[in-house]
Each structure stands twice: as structure tokens, then as C-alpha cells.
Design a protein around this ligand. Structure first.
Ligand SMILES: C[S@@+](CC[C@H](N)C(=O)[O-])C[C@H]1O[C@@H](n2cnc3c(N)ncnc32)[C@H](O)[C@@H]1O
Length: 314
């Protein structure tokens, strides 16, 4: 799992069940990438040279590289016109020429015909403004409601290095289960999977080779799972619901996702209502936190099923 958002929830206070995992919360403080708010320099370069220029530009740290929340770097190379690409760079012409004294490859690049450096106003866009999560793995007891009672099944209390099957047993359901990433940890903690759903056949096959979940508990497309097939004796519900509509690597269509993936959280709501787990843990991409209205709608839908819910990057 390379996703970074978690949504952690507990049994609603109103129902007075003695369960919480809220002290498992991992929060983050957010920092901002330093961004230039005045001018920036752009290298105008013929498209055919753009790719080959990059190694030298990167080697001498000439291109700013934006930190994407997914943990990768990217440039803001863009089309100026049909015969020119623009690569934002950190230096003006004179500084660049000084740097190129140390580097024949850079000098050769700068001497290329058709290559010029232009100065322009720095334009903020959603990529240059991205905030960088600085991971702060503190426990946040202050977020727990006052009358919360300690859990009787807190995975946190368990030693995760050994199989604690005898120490604690609980049931869990894994929605959008993929190859069972959540299950790896939960089984080690003594969990028994009583419901797994995954639409992709190859994932399901991989899962069945690695987990001994009874066939009767393994399901495909969640839309085809009837209410009656959803267990009602559940301790924990986990789900890494599809992230494509929310990822900053796409256009973030959210609920407008043409493939309908933006609405899959409603299936989680359905399962929550039926199975009433003692707690749940959902996972998605950090991009979802940037779509505030969308996230509010999703979190509210979870809350409306009667749970205490928080959403954080960890
Ligand atoms: C982000 S991945 C989850 C990965 C998983 N946590 C793992 O450890 O492999 C989301 C999964 O949801 C599955 N999925 C998408 N639509 C689904 C549906 N309608 N019913 C069941 N699974 C679905 C995808 O095939 C994908 O494997």
C-alpha cells in the first residue's frame, strides 16, 4: 500500500460500546514548499532536445523540482508553442553561464541554437502550491471524546512483531481488498477475515493463494454483494477505497469520475450500516485532503452512520 491517508473511526459514543482506536491516530503538520513569488526563469528549448537536456539540468540542480504529495518529483515542463518547450529553471542567464564553466555538457546545451532563457512572472498553480506532509507520528489523545473508554481490542496494545493469534482474536472485513495488504497486519494481530471483496480477478486469485479466508467469505464486485451476504458480527472494517478520482496525479474529478469510482465510498457506508463494526480504518491518497468539500461529504457520510471519524495524513 503506498497510499498515505487514513480515516480512523470508532464506535459511536451514543452506542456506548467500549471500543476505540482513536489513540492510534497519526497526525501530520503541514509545511509548504518554498515558492518564488516574484520572477522565474524559463529555458526555451526545442522539443526534440527537452528529454536529453534533463540529465544535465538535474545533475547541476538547475531545475526546481516540485514535491508531489505522492512522494515523487516532477517538473513543470510545458509547451510554449509548437517548436518550443519551456523548462522552468532556478537561475538567470549569467549564473547559468557561470555554472556551465564547470560542465562541458551544460555548456554545449546552452550553446544550442534556438535555446534561450526568458524571465517571467512566477505563476502559482495547484502543483507549485502543494503542501508537504511532514510526518508527525504523535498520538493525539486530545482528539478523543472525553467519555471515551479504552479499547478491548486495540491492535496498538499488541506486539506486531509476533503472531498474537492467541493473545487476541477479532474478526475483520476487507473491502476493496486487492491482494490483502490490510490482512497481512490484521492476521498477525489475531484477526480472522470474515468478508473480503475485490472486483479484480487476478487480485482475488493472489489473495486466495496467501490467505486462508473461506471461499464463502470471498466476494467480487461490491455492487453485486447483497445486504444478506454482509456479516453483522464484525469487529473491524478496513478498506482502501479506489483513489484515482482523488489523486493529484489525475484531474481529481472526485464524484464526477466518469468510471463512477468517486461514489464507491457509498458502498462502504452501506457495509458500515449493516455490519456495525466496532471500529474502522479506511485509506486513500493525500489528494483527497486537498478536495475539502469532497472529503467533507465522505467523512460526513461515515459520521452519519453513527461513528466518531477523523481523517489525517500519516
Ligand atoms: C487502492 S486498491 C486497494 C489495495 C488493497 N488495500 C491491497 O492491499 O491490495 C483498490 C481496490 O479496489 C478494487 N475495486 C474497485 N472497484 C471495486 C468494486 N466495485 N468492488 C470491489 N473491489 C473494487 C480495485 O480492483 C483495487 O484492487
Amino acid at each position: 500500500m503506498n497510499h498515505a491517508d487514513v480515516i480512523v473511526s470508532d464506535r459511536p459514543i451514543a452506542k456506548r460500546r467500549k471500543v476505540t482506536v482513536s489513540n492510534n491516530l497519526i497526525a501530520c503538520s503541514k509545511g509548504r514548499m518554498p515558492t518564488c513569488n516574484c520572477k522565474e526563469y524559463v529555458l526555451h528549448i526545442p522539443p526534440r532536445l527537452t528529454k536529453s537536456a534533463y540529465p544535465a539540468l538535474i545533475k547541476y540542480n538547475i531545475v526546481p523540482r516540485q514535491w508531489h504529495l505522492e512522494g515523487r518529483f516532477g517538473s513543470r515542463t510545458h509547451n510554449v508553442d509548437k517548436s518550443t518547450n519551456g523548462i522552468p529553471i532556478l537561475y538567470d542567464q549569467r549564473t547559468l553561464e557561470e555554472i556551465s564553466q564547470q560542465s562541458p555538457e551544460l555548456k554545449q546545451l546552452l550553446d544550442t541554437e534556438g535555446l534561450i532563457i526568458v524571465e517571467k512572472d512566477f505563476v502559482q498553480n495547484h502543483r507549485t502550491q502543494q503542501s508537504v506532509p511532514e510526518i508527525d507520528a504523535r498520538i493525539h489523545p486530545e482528539q478523543e471524546p472525553d467519555d471515551y473508554v479504552s479499547p478491548h481490542i486495540s491492535p496498538r496494545c499488541l506486539d506486531t512483531t509476533t503472531n498474537q493469534h492467541d493473545a487476541a482474536t477479532f474478526t475483520y472485513a476487507e473491502m476493496f481488498g486487492g491482494i490483502g495488504g490490510f490482512g497481512v497486519a490484521l492476521q498477525k494481530l489475531g484477526g480472522t477475515c470474515i468478508f473480503y471483496s475485490e472486483i479484480d480477478e487476478v487480485c482475488r486469485e493472489t489473495y486466495t493463494k496467501n490467505f486462508d479466508t473461506p471461499t464463502s467469505c470471498i466476494h467480487g464486485d461490491i455492487y453485486k454483494v447483497s445486504d444478506e451476504e454482509i456479516p453483522n458480527n464484525l469487529d473491524i472494517l478496513v478498506a482502501g477505497f479506489p483513489c484515482q478520482p482523488f489523486s493529484t496525479l489525475g484531474d481529481q474529478p472526485g464524484f464526477d469520475c466518469e468510471k463512477g469510482r468517486g461514489h464507491l465510498y457509498l458502498q462502504i457506508v452501506r457495509v458500515l450500516k449493516i455490519s456495525q463494526p466496532k471500529c474502522f480504518l479506511f485509506e486513500n491518497v493525500p489528494g483527497l485532503l486537498r478536495m475539502k468539500d469532497t472529503l467533507d461529504i465522505i467523512v460526513t457520510a461515515f459520521k452519519d452512520t453513527g461513528y466518531y471519524v477523523t481523517a489525517e495524513v500519516c
